[in-house]
Design a protein. Structure first.
Length: 355
C-alpha cells in the first residue's frame, strides 16, 4: 500500500518526553499505520531515568525510529501532512530532541506542526482502540511524573479535581521497587512480585484517605505518596535488620500495591459519585497495572463503564501524540515557528472546579 491508499491527512506523532523514543503514523480515520516504541535500557543500572542519558539516547535513535514507523506505514516523510510532537511536560533535554526534530521536518516539507501536552495525549490513547472512549468521563492519569484526577465534559474541556502533592504514583512504584531490590521500571516488577505475596502480612497506610473527609475538603481528591513510600522504607529497614527481607519481599510488594491501588481507586470513585458520571478513563503508564484496572471496574459495578488503553498504548507513545495533534489542529491550533519545549507546560483546557 502507499499513502494514496490511506484516508488523508496523515499525521506523524513524535514522543520523547522521558525514556521512550516513539513515532507513529495515523491515517485520516485515526488508524495506526506505523508505530515504533523504543524503550531505553540505559537507565536500569541507575534504578531511574538519568536526564542527560535520556536526551542523548533520543538524539541517537530518533532518526531510526522515524524510519521504522514510516516503513511500517508504507509511506515516506514527504507524505506526512501534519506533525505532532510532545512539547511538555517532561525532561527538558529529552523534549527538545523531539521538538527540534519535528519542527525541522515540518519546515522542510512545508507542513504544519502542533505542540502536544503529554498528559492530554494520555487521555486520547484509549480512543485509538475504542471509539466510545470519549467524554464525558472521570479521568485518572497516573504516570511516572504525574497523578491527576479530572472530569472531562468534552475533549479540551477539563475540570481538575485532584492531584498529587508530592510523589507521582509511578514514581512511588519505582522507588519502592528500588527499596525492595527490584529492577527498573518498578511498576511491572512490583505487580509481578505481588502476585506471590500476601498484602495482609504488612500494614501500610492509605495516604490522604480518611473516612471523615467530605467534598469540599482540600484533600478530598488530592493524593500523596511520600508517606506511603516512607512507611515502606521503615518496613524494609526493619526486615533487613532481622535478615527477613528476602522472604518478605513479595509480601511487602503486595502490601504496597494494595495500598496504592486502594488510594487511587477510592479517590476516583469519590469523583464518580460527586460528578454523577459513571464513565471512567484510566491513562498513563500506571494504568496498565492489572489490579488497579480490576479494582476500579469492580467498584464501578455493572452500571459503570471503564476505558483503558492496551499496555502498549498506556506507556508513552507516538500514537497518542498524533491523535491529540489532530484534535488540536482541527480546532485551528498550529504551533508558531517559536515553538519550544517546556518542562512544566500548562495542561490546555484544564480549569479548577467552580467555588
Amino acid at each position: 500500500m502507499s499513502a494514496s491508499d490511506f484516508p488523508r491527512p496523515l499525521v506523524m506523532g513524535v514522543e520523547t518526553s522521558c525514556d521512550e523514543t516513539s513515532v507513529a503514523v495515523l491515517d485520516g480515520e485515526n488508524r495506526i499505520r506505523g508505530h515504533v516504541i523504543l524503550s531505553q535500557d540505559e537507565h536500569q543500572v541507575f534504578g531511574g531515568v538519568v536526564p542527560e542519558l535520556a536526551a542523548r539516547a533520543h538524539l541517537q535513535k530518533i532518526d531510526s525510529v522515524v524510519d521504522g514507523a514510516l516503513k511500517e506505514a508504507g509511506v515516506g516523510l514527504r507524505d506526512i501532512d501534519l506533525f505532532g510532537v510532545t512539547a511538555g511536560p517532561g525532561l527538558i533535554g529529552a523534549l527538545l530532541v523531539g521538538v527540534c526534530w519535528a519542527k525541522a521536518a515540518a519546515a522542510a516539507g512545508g507542513r504544519p506542526v502542533v505542540g502536544v501536552h503529554h498528559m492530554e495525549a494520555h487521555l486520547f490513547a484509549a480512543s485509538l482502540e475504542d471509539a466510545s472512549a470519549e467524554p464525558p468521563f472521570v479521568g485518572l492519569l497516573v504516570s511516572g511524573g504525574h497523578t491527576l484526577l479530572l472530569h472531562a465534559e468534552a475533549w479540551g474541556d477539563y475540570t481538575l479535581l485532584g492531584q498529587t502533592r508530592d510523589d507521582a504514583a509511578g514514581e512511588a512504584f519505582d522507588k519502592v521497587a528500588k527499596l525492595l531490590g527490584l529492577p527498573y521500571p518498578g511498576g511491572p516488577e512490583i505487580q509481578r512480585a505481588a502476585e506471590s505475596g500476601d498484602p495482609g502480612r504488612h500494614s501500610l497506610p492509605r495516604p490522604m484517605l480518611r473516612g471523615d473527609q467530605r467534598p469540599g475538603d482540600p484533600d478530598y481528591y488530592d493524593f500523596s505518596f511520600s508517606g506511603l513510600k516512607t512507611a515502606v522504607l521503615t518496613c524494609v529497614q526493619g526486615l533487613e535488620e532481622e535478615g527477613r527481607l528476602p522472604k518478605e519481599r513479595d509480601h511487602v510488594a503486595a502490601a504496597f500495591q494494595e495500598a496504592a491501588v486502594d488510594t487511587l481507586a477510592s479517590k476516583t470513585l469519590r469523583a464518580v459519585e460527586e460528578t454523577g458520571c459513571r464513565r471512567v478513563l484510566l491513562g498513563g503508564g500506571v494504568s496498565a497495572n492489572a489490579p488497579l484496572r480490576r479494582e476500579v471496574a469492580e467498584r464501578l459495578g455493572p452500571d459503570g463503564r471503564l476505558f483503558t488503553a492496551s499496555p502498549r498504548l498506556s506507556v508513552d507513545n507516538g500514537a497518542m501524540v498524533a491523535r491529540t495533534a489532530r484534535f488540536r489542529f482541527d480546532r485551528g491550533e498550529v504551533a508558531p515557528p517559536t515553538l519550544t519545549a517546556s518542562a512544566r507546560l500548562a495542561f490546555p483546557g484544564l480549569s479548577a472546579p467552580a467555588a
